[in-house]
Design a protein around this ligand. Sequence first.
Ligand code: SAM
Length: 182
Amino acid sequence: MGIAEKRVVGRWRARLWSGAQGRVLEVGVGTGLNIPYYPPGTEVTAVDLSPGMLARARRRAAAMGVPVDLRLGDAERLDFLDASFDTVVATFVFCSVPDPVQRLREVRRVCRPGGRVLLLEHMRSDRAVVGWVLDVLNPLAVRMGSENINRRTLDNIRAAGLEIVEVENLWSDIFRRIVATP
Ligand SMILES: C[S@@+](CC[C@H](N)C(=O)[O-])C[C@H]1O[C@@H](n2cnc3c(N)ncnc32)[C@H](O)[C@@H]1O
């Protein structure tokens, strides 16, 4: 994962974050792997459900000298007023959360009209055979502790009331960068 993170996913993160501006919320910050890519001039608040993940993100932010407001928070009910952020970013979060449509509605609520929702996600392939294989393997993957590998994330984004403005296939049509707006 170290090499893939540096050489491949790091590039995806950099590209995603280049679209962030103004007041930014990162949902599901994890250990803070996105922190090196926060654009200068942005004001980032980042939440995660897990205190352990947040502690690691805090250490990373401190080591890098990146200012970020790290908070315990649940995407099910984000503790922010409507339209609080210019940009909301999440990477590899909506494959694992229960009821992703409800969580994406929360994302839409806290993003201002005309703002940007930037997502990096892996999801079910639209290609018939690959999609079928992912459907078959998903119960096994979840039982083994993995995230879901067959989420229909673009459908979920639309069902949450977000408008998709850009989709970039990064690795086949399984890993994608998505730009949406409330
Ligand atoms: C697969 S990790 C991705 C972490 C990070 N975004 C990255 O790209 O490395 C998913 C993260 O989402 C967090 N998470 C899961 N459900 C959440 C929720 N309901 N609200 C906030 N964070 C959540 C997990 O604790 C975990 O840190």
